[in-house]
Write a protein of this length. Structure first.
Length: 505
């Protein structure tokens, strides 16, 4: 419905609006108004604006029905609730203005300063008695934008200046640098860089993600899940924590420590930037599950191998190859991750699969009176001071004739100037081959070694001819370099204590 005429603006003294609020004739919190989401920094800055005589946006008020019993007319604040409540709190020295030292308290102002403050002219648009429907229509139009907001942009418009939101934005956006007047959160530069660089280097967020603030939303999801201690569906808890920690987020360091713990561990796995594990759904699950465990109990070589094994299986699953080696839990994981499902059941299932992988990657800490073959072999290599790296074949890898060159293997080959994967082009045409030897307890056998990077994500691959005759799934193989030749030991199967390993130094 069209209004009869445009609404003029008038200057109203601050003290007049204050007295109306105190007397109850001006209601600052009608049902359609937003909840108070300003934090103390906003309030201090706003009061400072008035003390310095700078202008601020106009206030909208409207008339309600006349109280026929008391013969009094009442008004409601259509837009400006937070500004007016901040003024009342400041004058009365309550809530965030109690015992604060950021700005001069009202009671400490000189008489002249108090007069100036109370006589400050506030621009008010009085909608008068235009009716409840039109009042709500005006409020919605004042607070609307010219384009459709996504859910995160709506949250940002309400809580974007809150402490929880600022904390998450600091972790998502390296260029974001709020002032001390905006936040009390201080993250040590090196720690923040570690998180910012992790997301940037691994290309977790697309340009569109950043444009639509999905990067901040993603960090809000991670932080909320870490605070909650359990998974939840969709974004149901994000709003809760945005409100709870809008004004103050004193425990942000606890969240930061957990996030750094997971990111530091994932960095040690050295996945390629195009890895399946930097898909947002997969990365979210990894971050949440890794921070729950004792990292020192993890065998990172086994963990890397098992995660790369699952990555190989997803390629098999979605290319209609033989999926007999893929479990029902893995199939369900792949479908949930591909759809990016935000439902609670999907998040819990992905968490269960990663929990199982982490559990299977724990170091064996059994103390035995008689050491097993693998322990004896590790002790022998250590005593002889023979440099080596570990490679663990998986069931899928042995069946398909492909193995992932894990980060330790890649680094070992590069340091020994045998092969630099990071300089290798993708595809079979750029494969490098070299001769190697399997070492048994009392003999050797030649093998052809293939080193290449797969098309697509550029996964790092290595393969040894006749490997199936030398190793079973999850045997631990040690690679030794002597004069540019790779020698392969099966530490899980053969006892090398009587072999002349010193010859391979």
């Amino acid at each position: 419905m069209k209004l009869e005429s445009s609404i003029p603006s008038n200057g109203v003294k601050l003290i007049d609006l204050y007295n109306k609020i105190i007397s109850g004739s001006l209601i600052t919190g009608p049902d359609y108004q937003r909840k108070l989401v300003w934090k103390k920094q906003h309030k201090f800055s706003f009061i400072d604006t008035i003390l310095l005589n700078f202008p601020f946006p106009e206030i909208y008020i409207a008339s309600t029905e006349i109280d026929l019993n008391e013969l009094k007319a009442k008004e409601v604040v259509v837009d400006g609730q937070q500004r007016l409540n901040a003024i009342v709190d400041y004058i009365q020295g309550r809530n965030d203005f109690e015992n604060q030292r950021r700005i001069k308290p009202f009671d400490d102002l000189t008489p002249e300063e108090k007069r100036e403050f109370l006589n400050y002219s506030i621009t008010v648009k009085d909608l008068k008695n235009i009716g409840d429907k039109n009042i709500i229509e005006v409020f919605q139009r004042i607070n609307s934008t010219n384009y459709s907001l996504n859910s995160n942009e709506i949250l940002n418009s309400q809580f974007g200046g809150g402490e929880f939101a600022i904390f998450c934005k600091l972790l998502a956006d390296k260029a974001y640098n709020p002032t001390v007047n905006e936040t009390e959160i201080i993250i040590e530069t090196g720690r923040r860089d570690q998180i910012n660089d992790f997301f940037d280097k691994n290309k977790v967020f697309s340009d569109n993600d950043i444009k639509r603030m999905f990067d901040s939303q993603y960090l809000m999801l991670i932080a909320s899940t870490l605070l909650e201690g359990n998974y939840f569906g969709r974004s149901t808890k994000i709003n809760l924590y945005l409100e709870k920690y809008n004004d103050e987020f004193a425990i942000y360091n606890a969240v930061l420590e957990k996030l750094l713990k997971s990111i530091s561990t994932i960095n040690q796995l050295r996945f390629s930037s195009n890895s399946y594990w930097f898909n947002k759904a997969n990365l979210f699950t990894l971050i949440i599950e890794i921070q729950k465990i004792e990292i020192e109990k993890l065998d990172l070589v086994i963990l890397e191998s098992k995660l790369l094994e699952l990555e190989k299986k997803v390629d098999i699953y979605f290319t209609d190859e033989d999926i007999s080696l893929i479990t029902d839990d893995e199939r369900k994981y792949f479908e949930n991750a591909r759809q990016g499902s935000h439902e609670l059941a999907a998040r819990e299932h992905r968490g269960k699969v990663i929990q199982s992988i982490l559990h299977d990657s724990f170091l064996v800490e059994e103390i035995k009176s008689v050491k097993d073959i693998k322990t004896l072999n590790f002790d022998l290599l250590s005593n002889l001071e023979i440099p080596y790296t570990i490679l663990i074949p998986t069931e899928t890898g042995l069946k398909k004739g492909i193995m992932d060159a894990v980060s330790g293997v890649r680094n070992f080959l590069k340091v020994n100037e045998i092969h630099a994967y990071d300089e290798q082009d993708l595809g079979p045409d750029h494969k490098k081959t070299l001769a190697g030897k399997f070492i048994f307890e009392a003999s050797e056998k030649g093998t052809n070694i293939s080193l290449y990077r797969a098309n697509g994500r550029g996964d790092y691959r290595i393969w040894f001819s006749d490997l199936n005759d030398f190793a079973s799934a999850f045997d631990e193989l040690a690679l030794i370099n002597k004069d540019g030749v790779l020698y392969i030991l099966n530490l899980s199967r053969y006892n090398y204590t009587h072999a002349n390993l010193s010859a391979y130094k």
